[in-house]
Design a binder for this molecule. Structure first.
Ligand code: PNS
Length: 157
């Protein structure tokens, strides 16, 4: 089965990588898609930068492909012939908004979303805090893949 893992990935962190690894183990093909989240305002990284960091961070998984899209996630899922979408859940606080998006996406397209749990170690990691810590010169290297740590250092110069 081919599945789509959509997100902002601004930037991708170790919690995302764990979800992709789990999905790559469970499903035949995983398409990781960087999309625009209008709820989150202007991203720190461009689509091209996010795509490049995703490719560099996930190249060790042979059944994973990275794409980006400026449109609706369900249109991308159809274009890529994904049968399911997957999302990671860190804590109960994620559940309400994720469930709402999943139900709306199902209603407008018929495509179901399946939730995969984050590990306890990653349950607190969030891109917004990684951006904030890095912008103030803090060390985020334990929470992000090496290529992302490098890009964050460049951005905060
Ligand atoms: O990592 P995020 O920010 O939680 O991911 C949210 C994302 C990008 C998957 C969501 O905002 C999205 O699907 N954006 C594309 C536009 C779209 O399809 N919106 C409908 C949401 S119900």
């Amino acid at each position: 089965m081919r599945v789509l893992y959509p997100g902002s990935f601004d930037p991708v962190h170790n919690g995302h990588v764990e979800i992709v690894e789990l999905a790559a183990h469970l499903f035949d093909e995983v398409i990781v898609a960087a999309l625009h989240n209008p709820q989150k305002g202007t991203p720190l990284f461009s689509f091209e930068e996010r795509e490049s960091m995703l490719n560099d961070s996930l190249s060790f998984l042979s059944n994973v492909k990275v794409v980006m899209s400026t449109g609706l996630v369900v249109d991308l899922a159809k274009k890529e012939k994904a049968e399911l979408m997957i999302k990671g859940l860190r804590a109960v606080s994620d559940f309400e908004s994720e469930l709402q998006m999943a139900r709306i996406n199902k209603q407008i397209s018929g495509i179901e979303t399946v939730f995969l749990p984050s590990t306890t170690e990653s349950s607190f990691v969030a891109s917004k805090y990684i951006r904030e810590i890095a912008q103030f010169g803090g060390d985020v290297s334990a929470m992000v893949p090496e290529p992302v740590a490098k890009m964050l250092k460049e951005k905060s110069k």
